[in-house]
Design a protein around this ligand. Structure first.
Ligand code: PMP
Length: 286
């Protein structure tokens, strides 16, 4: 099936959705994006994603040439045009077409495109049995480099860590910050459970402020589970009772082994499973 893609200010056929080789998004990874889920035709946490998109753009001095209302409208139109019931939206704003130098101010106008498609999920088996992961040696971006809260089009730092994971035949890796504290996984946020308390690193440790992370923290508190944002070390991950990751695509997924250390009973823990179930219900509006 060919998709309808939002490009600039209208929907076009997939075959026509092309970007110039002079776009600084391609030349330099200069741009920002969001990955958003659709559950039951409803766009999940759209306002939070749009807020993060505009904040990311502000930090990199990119002025999005469309109002929030219009982007929301375009996102909905793209989802509807493709008949998406459960799916995934990729909303991208590139710096636009410029010259071959770094200077972003040579670029004419940022380009917006929106893809609404099916979602690439981890196999069900991974949710049931839990995932094995490793610690990456690649350090998360220093806060004085591109701030980790910016969801930019340049993911090379995380891609290097992802390669480390894949070289070890596991799907994910934990990234630590320059001080050795846990930052996040390559495309997900990190949580542990220890003595019935849920801990997650503060955003300042070098994480993207995940929208799934925020929802899961809220759901946990509604369930009267104590949630604490605190710096975590590799030691904390090795000796925790449960470990899980959160993200738009992964939702809530249990981790059962890290660097050869088995977590808890070696299967997704009770708290992880409860939060996964409650998250599913919330996402599906139940
Ligand atoms: N960290 C990184 C680096 C990410 O790319 C993502 C999104 N895939 C997340 C965390 C999770 O964020 P969210 O829950 O908003 O998808």
């Amino acid at each position: 099936m060919t998709l309808k893609i939002w490009l600039g200010n209208k929907l076009v056929d997939q075959a026509e959705a092309k970007i110039s080789v002079f776009d600084h998004g391609l030349l330099y990874g200069d741009g920002v994006f969001e990955g958003i889920r659709v559950y039951n035709k409803k766009i999940f946490e759209l306002d939070a994603h749009i807020k993060r998109l505009y904040e990311s753009a502000k930090v990199i001095r990119l002025e999005i040439p469309m109002s929030r209302e219009k982007i929301i409208d375009a996102t909905k139109k793209t989802t509807e045009a493709n008949g998406i019931i459960d799916g995934y939206i990729r909303l991208v704003v590139t710096r636009g077409i410029g010259t071959l130098g770094l200077n972003p101010f040579t670029c004419e106008e940022p380009i917006i495109f929106i893809i609404a498609d099916n979602v690439q999920l981890y196999p069900e088996e991974l949710y049931e049995n839990g995932m094995k992961i490793i610690s990456a040696t690649t350090v998360r971006n220093h806060p004085l480099s591109i701030p980790p809260q910016v969801k930019s089009m340049n993911y090379l730092n995380n891609i290097l860590a992802k390669i480390e994971a894949l070289d070890s035949n596991v799907p994910e890796a934990i990234m630590y910050n320059h001080e050795g504290y846990v930052a996040e996984a390559t495309g997900d946020n990190v949580f542990i459970v220890k003595d019935s308390v849920v801990y997650t690193p503060p955003v300042e440790a070098g994480a993207l402020e995940g929208i799934t992370r925020a929802v899961v923290m809220r759901i946990a508190r509604q369930e009267n589970i104590k949630v604490v944002e605190k710096n975590l070390t590799r030691f904390d991950l090795y000796v925790c009772d449960e470990l899980f990751l959160t993200g738009t695509a992964a939702e809530v997924i249990g981790v059962v082994e890290i660097d050869g250390r088995v977590i808890g009973e070696g299967k997704p823990g009770q708290c992880t499973l409860l939060l996964r179930k409650k998250f599913f219900k919330y996402a599906h509006g139940k």
